[in-house]
Design a protein around this ligand. Sequence first.
Ligand SMILES: Nc1ncnc2c1ncn2[C@@H]1O[C@H](COP(=O)(O)OP(=O)(O)OP(=O)(O)O)[C@@H](O)[C@H]1O
Length: 498
Amino acid sequence: MLRKILILDKDLAMCQKFSNFLRNSGFVTASTSCNKEALQLIKASDFDLILCDSELKNTYPVAFLLKIKSIRPGIPIISMSDSENIQTAVELMKSGAFYFMLKPINPERLLDIVASALKEATGIQTATPDQNEKILSKPDKEKRESNEQTMSEGVMKQGYPYITGVSAISKKLYKSIDLVSPTDYTVIIHGETGTGKESVARMIHEKSHRNSGPFLAVDCGSLSKELAASELFGHEKGAFTGALQTREGAFMLAQGGTLFLDEIGNLSYDVQLLLLRAIQERVVRKVGSSAEKPVNVRLIVASNEDLYESVAKRKFREDLYHRLNEFSLTVPPLRERKEDLCLFIEAFVAHASKRLNKDLKMPTPAALEILETYHWPGNIRELLNTIKKACLFTPNGKAISEQYLPMEVKLTQEFLVRMDTDDDLSIGQNTSFSPLGIPTKASGAAQSEKSLKDIAAIAELNKIMLTLRSVKFNKSKAAEILNIDRKTLYNKLKRINI
Ligand SMILES: Nc1ncnc2c1ncn2[C@@H]1O[C@H](COP(=O)(O)OP(=O)(O)OP(=O)(O)O)[C@@H](O)[C@H]1O
């Protein structure tokens, strides 16, 4: 389904730029620089997201945001601004903005934020260019070539080798993979987002006797409650409104191979029951049919959340959990396998160099230090994207230096230290940016210092709010993800009056 985005920017040329870019990325857009017209458009059309300049003419940004929210309460709004005004950012975030972005906007970052906002608002994941290797759900899958599912093809498509780390924790993981791969055991893979759970599932498939059969990945997080059963088991023509054709489900499509169910904890209790039956009896029945068909599929499932905890919270069926738990693995977060970091960086730099037709060197010692101290909440995926971006900026023949690392990576740690020792969150105005969001020299050392602090404050504000939302405002969990203690998080929230 195409998503509709309304763009509001005081500058018509910017409206056009955002519009072109988002259209090319697969969205439907409308844009305006007039706030009144914007409100009319919002009333008249069912936009999925609003990208809104916080400096529109004759408008107080928070009041305008609240006005939009009064017309469309649940709509995600991404605020943008030319100035690193932390007070406005805080007010907008407190009033319900999803994210506060500083201009000039990094296009890739914008797509990431749009995808997260849409996912949070609708529960449906939207592919961004960086995520385009991920199979979202079967309908997306069907659009692709049917034979792109094996590990070797996956690795070729990915363009860089699968890195088997050297850290003790990685070695333990690969030992477990080697142990379980040749069996037909069902496997639960736990791990934070981006740690490589799907890659591990592919590896298990590749090392199993099923490797000549299909590997099919289904993201249960993107399946609606109504359609999940049909996606997994198929449906007969006319089984429900919109079932225009008979369709095979994921189980039948993975026949003879491996079915990987990502984010399994998101399946409803009803569908969990159907899944349990399919596993126990090794038969599936299409929605709207009484005929049962035998299936021969190895199941691997993954979850970002501890499934056993979900059982305790009665969100996940205990019988299904025990049925699935023939073997379980945890893919460690990147921050716990720092010894592997250089291997990943080396592979990603080599890959990006090849794609960009450049000869790029490993990061300088200072840049490596930053990469090593950052806590990588998005894990390998975040590292991959960071290196891709840095390689784009780095001139041919050079090593990646710290100036080419994204702001968030550089500033989060710097700022976490700084915030603990500095109470002053006043407003600065003087940072200038290169076209893709890398800060260039400000006019004086004091100004640069000031603006940097404000930019860092905004980066932290976004990070904290995104993290808090992702864990439903559980502060202990958020502190854990942010790698700070709970008290520090409380202090930060208090300081920005949240
Ligand atoms: N060992 C590895 N070597 C090289 N690249 C890897 C490795 N593990 C993961 N990656 C890359 O990291 C990115 C994230 O991996 P993957 O999609 O498997 O993570 P995930 O844990 O399943 O993420 P999510 O929780 O969001 O579904 C992908 O681009 C993948 O190719």
